[in-house]
Design a protein around this ligand. Structure first.
Ligand SMILES: *[C@@H]1O[C@H](CO)[C@@H](O)[C@H](O)[C@H]1NC(C)=O
Ligand SMILES: *[C@@H]1O[C@H](CO)[C@@H](O)[C@H](O)[C@H]1NC(C)=O
Length: 325
């Protein structure tokens, strides 16, 4: 029905509610990683320690960096590396005080898939701050059937249990960081991948696991049992337009029911429940060049909980004051 199309578009435009947005904020760039011969440092994920220093993972090498946003000009330094053939790190989540679960693998970034994926423990609990920092790393479990381990989130109240999104297979695993075991916790056609990654960022908030499905073009949630396994069906909360360069990636929750999402190619989007249901709003423009875009965001802690840190595939670490949004 090609001729009906313009009429339908016109009709939809009339039906859309008017969204009056504030001017877009521009996050402040704190630091840019140097570009090497192989390209920019592809920052993938962030964890914020209790002292508000940042742990940054990258797909450009099997490295975790630590960076202190309070001294922005001091270059990040290498906190941990993983042995070859491992070459990239994706999700990171704190599952016990200063104990982090990370996903490491041998990545083909252009193909958006990996082999030899493993979950490692990075233990900073016996480490000092600043330049006294030292990490103890240990491989916890191999996930041989996985092809794209991505976002990781701790399951609150379950010691040592994390959920890990598998963006290629379209499942979420629960990993027991103490016993070194895993099983499928959430399995649904709604998590599936297509010509791009499926379930991507994931975070537990209240009794739900919230997630982005990049291929599916929506932000959704699923009710979970205390142990992190699905207790109901996936709910699609809000959709987004998937374009050649545009897709939602990882996100953070402010704990008040608002979710802040890194959106390629160059924005941060806020999602929350309005009077008439779930809505999304673009709140910041990150200034990325090209097609990479912000990959992940994370909130500061304590006195810094209004600050949202943003990392990008072009190696930038930025800071957005969410009180000004
Ligand atoms: C990565 O994947 C692409 C596309 O599938 C393929 O052409 C390329 O050979 C792969 N690179 C490596 C190093 O395996
Ligand atoms: C998780 O909890 C649910 C509900 O109590 C239970 O049915 C299920 O067997 C548990 N799964 C695992 C892997 O512990």
């Amino acid at each position: 029905m090609p001729f009906a199309f313009p009429t339908l578009i016109a009709l939809l435009t009339l039906l859309l509610p008017t969204v009056i947005s504030k001017p877009l904020q521009t996050p402040e760039t704190l630091y840019t990683f140097p570009t090497s011969a192989t390209g920019p440092t592809f920052l993938e994920n962030i964890a914020v320690r209790a002292d508000n220093s940042l742990l940054l993972t990258t797909l450009s090498s099997a490295t975790i960096y630590t960076y202190n946003p309070e001294t922005p000009h001091v270059a990040p330094f290498v906190l941990a590396t993983f042995p070859p053939p491992l070459n990239g790190v994706t999700g990171i989540a704190e599952y016990a005080p200063d104990m982090f679960a990370v996903a490491v693998g041998t990545w083909n970034v252009s193909a958006q898939r990996a082999t030899g994926l493993e979950i490692w423990r990075v233990d900073l609990s016996r480490s000092g701050g600043g330049d006294k920092i030292g990490a103890e790393t240990r491989m916890v479990v191999r996930v041989p059937e996985a092809r794209a381990l991505n976002g990781i989130t701790a399951v609150p109240g379950q010691k040592g249990r994390v959920l890990v999104a598998e963006s290629y297979g379209g499942v979420v695993y629960a990993v027991d960081m103490r016993r070194g075991t895993y099983e499928v916790a959430i399995s649904s056609a709604c998590l599936a991948a297509g010509d791009r990654l499926g379930v991507n960022g994931i975070h537990v908030s209240g009794s739900y696991a919230y997630f982005v499905n990049s291929f599916g073009g929506f932000f959704g949630r699923v009710a979970i049992h205390a142990n992190g396994t699905a207790r109901g069906d996936v709910e699609k909360l809000v959709g987004f337009e998937v374009g050649p360069m545009s897709v939602w990636d990882d996100f953070a929750t402010d704990g008040k029911g608002v979710f802040w999402i890194a959106s390629h190619p160059n924005t941060v989007v806020k999602v929350g429940k309005g009077r008439d249901g779930w809505v999304s709003e673009v709140v910041a423009e990150t200034g990325d060049k090209g097609d990479i875009g912000p990959t992940s965001v994370a909130f500061g802690r304590g006195r810094r909980q209004n600050l949202l840190y943003v990392v990008s595939g072009d190696g930038r670490v930025q800071r957005l004051n969410t009180r000004e949004v």
